[in-house]
Design a protein around this ligand. Structure first.
Ligand code: CP
Ligand code: NVA
Length: 351
């Protein structure tokens, strides 16, 4: 038990670290939520909540002093990179950042060789890149834990942050209704569907049929959802999806790594699924708006401006009115990236 200077808040991280669930997580990779039980996911959220309290109260939590971690980013990042770095420093670790240009990764050295080189020097490795098979291969060849910082298929650390935010807002996860609007076949749609099925949130993907997640993943998640007493729905009808929703979630319509040319089709096909005040008004009175960020909610970014002007829009996947409204929790969500990533690193690296 750790107390702060005024003995006001008891930080029970030590208790959380000693449970059977905590023991199972030690040394484990964090590649996708499908690899984790409901209890393990909920444990990581609880641990993040405790770590957040420690941070806010100024209680030091340098449980991993002397450890070294490597962060590989083959795609750009603000939140994920900063979350890993700040969380690493808060835990007492040393952090090395490797981008796709400044290292040999991919160009002169294979993933398998990179994994073995880095695992000889570091205690943990974060990877952000393209196919999920790359992070899986990295983990296969690494003797130290590997954490997925986003692939085309999955973004598991984002979901922990989202669920922590939802829990803070509603006091629970189970039984809520989360509607994901937009391209549901990519990392965010897939990961939210898996995460919701695991923790008992009723999940709805709302988009044209061609943007529904792939059949195999849906089938896997349907079975998990049944065990956890929740439902997964797929609809093209916005009114039907949004009615009674507690959470309306969206993401960019064109993701990192996709060609610029797909914008035209995406705008045409996903425009009816933009999150506007009309959509939020269809949802429950207490509904919140979520977005993993970055978001094209105005013309204040290079790409946002270019696309908005080309297609005569003033925002893309979400209106500025919704983004800046009281219902929007996007910046709390962003902060929670750090607390939840800290929980993942602590849970998997602690002795
Ligand atoms: N949400 C998210 O992963 O943001 P970054 O791309 O900035 O890391
Ligand atoms: N779907 C987005 C998520 C960014 C956090 C992308 O992959 O670019």
């Amino acid at each position: 038990m750790i107390k702060n200077q005024d003995n006001l808040q008891l930080i029970d991280i030590e208790r959380l670290m000693k449970s059977d669930i905590a023991k199972n997580l030690k040394g484990k990779d964090f590649l996708k939520l499908l690899d984790f039980s409901t209890e393990e996911i909920l444990h990581l959220i609880d641990l993040a909540q405790e770590l957040k309290v420690s941070k806010k109260q100024g209680v030091p939590h340098k449980f991993l002093v002397g450890k070294n971690i490597a962060l590989i980013f083959e795609k750009t990042s603000t939140r994920t990179r900063c979350a890993f770095e700040v969380a690493g420093y808060d835990l007492g670790m040393n952090v090395t950042y490797l981008d796709s240009q400044g290292s040999q990764i991919g160009k002169k050295e294979s993933i398998a060789d990179t994994a073995q080189v880095l695992a000889g020097m570091f205690d943990g490795i974060e990877y952000r890149g393209y196919g999920q098979e790359i992070v899986e291969e990295l983990a296969h060849y690494s003797k130290v834990p590997v954490w997925n910082g986003l692939t085309d298929e999955f973004h598991p650390t984002q979901i922990l942050a989202d669920f922590l935010t939802i829990k803070e807002k509603f006091g629970k996860l189970k039984g809520l209704k989360l509607v994901y609007m937009g391209d549901s076949r990519f990392n965010m749609g897939n990961s939210l569907m898996v995460g919701c099925a695991k923790v008992g949130i009723n999940f709805v993907a709302c988009c044209p049929k061609k943007y529904f997640p792939n059949k195999d993943l849906i089938e896997t998640c349907q079975k998990i959802a049944e065990q956890n007493g929740c439902t997964l729905e797929f609809t093209e009808n916005v009114q039907e999806a949004a009615t009674g929703a507690n959470i309306i979630y969206t993401d960019v319509w064109v993701s990192m790594g996709e060609p610029f040319e797909v914008w035209q089709t995406r705008i045409n096909e996903l425009k009816p699924y933009k999150v506007t005040s009309a959509v939020m008004n269809m949802a429950s009175d207490n509904a919140i708006f979520m977005h993993c960020l970055p978001a094209y909610h105005d013309k204040k970014t290079k790409i946002g401006k270019e696309i908005c002007e080309k297609f005569d829009m003033d925002s893309i996947e979400v209106s500025d009115e919704v983004f800046t409204s009281d219902k929007s929790v996007v910046f709390e969500e962003a902060e929670n990236r750090m607390h939840t990533i800290k929980a993942v690193m602590l849970a998997t690296l602690v002795k």
